[in-house]
Write a protein that binds this ligand. Sequence first.
Ligand code: GLY
Length: 380
Amino acid sequence: MILMEKETLIWAEEALEKVTKKMECVHERSKDKIPYTTVNGVHDDHSKNDIGWWTNGFWGGIMWQLYNVTKDERYKKTAIENEEKLDALFLNYKLLDHDNGFKWLPTAVANYRVTSNDQSKNRGILAADNLAGRFNANGNFIRAWNDWDGDKVDRRGWAIIDCMMNLPLLYWASETTKDPRYKHIAIKHANTAKENFVRPDGSVKHIVEFDIEKGGEVKNYGGQGYKEGSSWTRGQGWGIYGFALSFLHTGDIEYLKTAQKIADHFIEKTPENGLIPVDFEQPSDITWEDSTAAAIAACGMIQISKFDECTDKDKYYNAAVKLIKALTDNRINWNENEDDLLTKCTAAYHDEKHEFSIIYGDYYYIEALCKLTDKELFIW
Ligand code: GLY
């Protein structure tokens, strides 16, 4: 029995109701777009000139969660349009990277789970085939990014913690095709990540470079966090939720232990007010926050608390509720005339711009409320 569950349920239901009310207005204005952020309260649109951007599945994911909660067919229609727009990617391998999971799990695979339609299944399997093709068999890791035009960085050996969230596409493909190859790759990558990304204190590295012929860590990078050796908070969130999901799909208890270890570090570092910095190790005079990290970590902790094998369900559930309450009370824009929902999100510590709205922050905040109220359409 999780403490205070009833009280939290009532609170979360009220919050979700307010969110769905606001999102009805946002949807009316943004239904033809694939938004990433807002400019002066208005969603931008990545569907025309930036269809390869890694976040382009989250608007569809929001639509499926809203559809699941309200059964309003308008959301389903917009979700399917988002899915169809992503088809352009299958004609350009340069636009495909390890983020196939983020793009097609909340769109095609969600659609397939709801409607069992063959076209969405086809899209999901194609995306999984491409993701599996990024596996380095000597190093046992999935290559993260491609070489970006213009810079001379060799990324062939790079894997990143975020990829743990893309592995469920491979687990789903094995379950759907009854072919274990996809799952074998996911497990090999997850084991490499468990050994090489997670530090003894439970924090995780963002980027690890592996030897592309022999395997083994060559070097690691601070990536989107403050510096090498620091604790980029969204990366911690990807680790918590990602390892919890590998446990869900494989039943390997070591993944659950790893998720709990990363979550313990996150809980220990969470400030009293529950608002999360961009990096737990950022200098004390830097106040930049990343609300996306709070929302993602909360989803991961709620997921952990649902497992029978979890050793301290209350701890993870209560920590997640603290994070989501802090966001609800302080970091939600309730103005129905503006498109942004979750505020003070940060893409990367060393970017020029900090603390703006980002679509995956909105997505995971909504998913967390759906999880707390048992109204979630399972995406991962
Ligand atoms: N997956 C990239 C990021 O979290 O910013």
